[in-house]
Design a protein around this ligand. Structure first.
Ligand code: NAD
Length: 283
């Protein structure tokens, strides 16, 4: 079997175009504010990308670039000003923060109705209770969009999610459970990962280790989603999946790049638009 390679870029362009058309008719455009602290070169690329995408769909985009030595109080005050500013619809705190700042001290300070990443406790709690949060974390939401676009049914499927981070694995497992899938949430202490992934209809790798998921860890015809973004020494980006071998055994696979990554950004834009609508009473 040779897998269908899912074109995440194409799906994301479609979503962004739909939003762009809707935004053209708005008198007041949605505004996304991104807070970036310090000099992380990878973060700078991500922030620029988010800014460009927001502008492309007709949003206003504000980047608050704060120096590496920003204090806790200064960052809290920046967040609070954006919370209070009625012109700002979505606030994103770019992670990771410099070492002296703990993300836990800040994510919950973003107003839940402006929490475009869906990372704060209110929105995460709603998600885990199966209720509707203001925003769902972008990468898990993007992965669900891939299943929707490819007409992949989730009900009754056994799905192994490898990685239990708060931004990918945990919220994704909650969302898949809501879709009536049986979810195995595997992590670094999982003892029999290969046995679990091999019985799974869908395997989603969010580990952060290049080529981690090998061909002998999946069953014939499995659906494989690669969340990983790993940079090798030459700056080349690779996923968590051993693509060249798995592509010959899976039924669907997402590549890296142009797989899950573009969907994450599209969902950020989608979340900003959804929050705008809620704030303007358009929902
Ligand atoms: P993380 O880096 O916070 O944690 C990694 C997870 O992998 C942990 O839960 C850990 O338990 C698990 N793990 C580590 N070694 C393992 C092993 N041997 N067996 C099983 N599980 C193991 O996770 P993250 O922030 O979700 O990031 C994971 C990857 O996804 C990274 O490469 C990251 O860059 C990427 N990512 C991509 C996107 C995107 O838009 N495509 C978004 C977010 C993260």
């Amino acid at each position: 079997m040779t897998a269908k390679i899912i074109n995440g870029k194409e799906i994301s362009e479609k979503i962004l175009n739909e939003i762009k058309i809707k935004v053209e008719n708005l008198d007041i455009k949605p505004t996304l504010a991104v807070i970036s602290v310090g000099n992380n070169s990878a973060s700078e690329i991500y922030v620029r990308n988010k800014e460009n995408r927001a502008k492309e769909v007709g949003f206003n985009s504000i980047v608050k670039k704060l120096p590496e030595e920003t204090s806790k109080d200064e960052l809290l005050s920046t967040i609070e000003k954006l919370n209070q500013n009625p012109d700002i619809n979505g606030i994103l705190l770019q992670l990771p923060l410099p070492k002296h700042l703990n993300e836990k001290d800040f994510l919950d300070k973003i107003s839940p109705i402006k929490d475009v990443d869906g990372f704060n406790t209110y929105n995460a709690g709603k998600l885990f209770k199966g209720e509707t949060p203001y925003a769902i974390p972008c990468t898990p939401k993007g992965i669900l969009k891939i299943f929707e676009e490819e007409k992949i049914e989730l009900e009754g499927k056994t799905i192994t999610v490898i990685g239990r981070s708060n931004i990918v694995g945990k919220p994704l497992s909650a969302l898949l459970t809501m879709k009536n899938a049986t979810v195995i949430l595997a992590h670094s202490k999982t003892k029999n990962l290969k046995e679990l992934s091999k019985i799974s209809d869908i395997v989603i790798a969010a580990v952060g280790k290049s080529g981690f998921l090998k061909e002998d860890m999946i069953k014939e015809g499995a659906i494989v989603i690669d969340v990983g973004i790993n940079r090798d020494n030459d700056g080349k980006i690779t996923g968590d999946v051993d693509f060249d071998t798995i592509v010959k055994k899976a039924s669907f696979i997402t590549p890296v790049p142009k797989g899950v990554g573009p969907l994450t950004i599209a969902m950020l834009i989608s979340n900003t638009y959804e929050l705008y609508k809620i704030q303007k009473g358009l929902e």
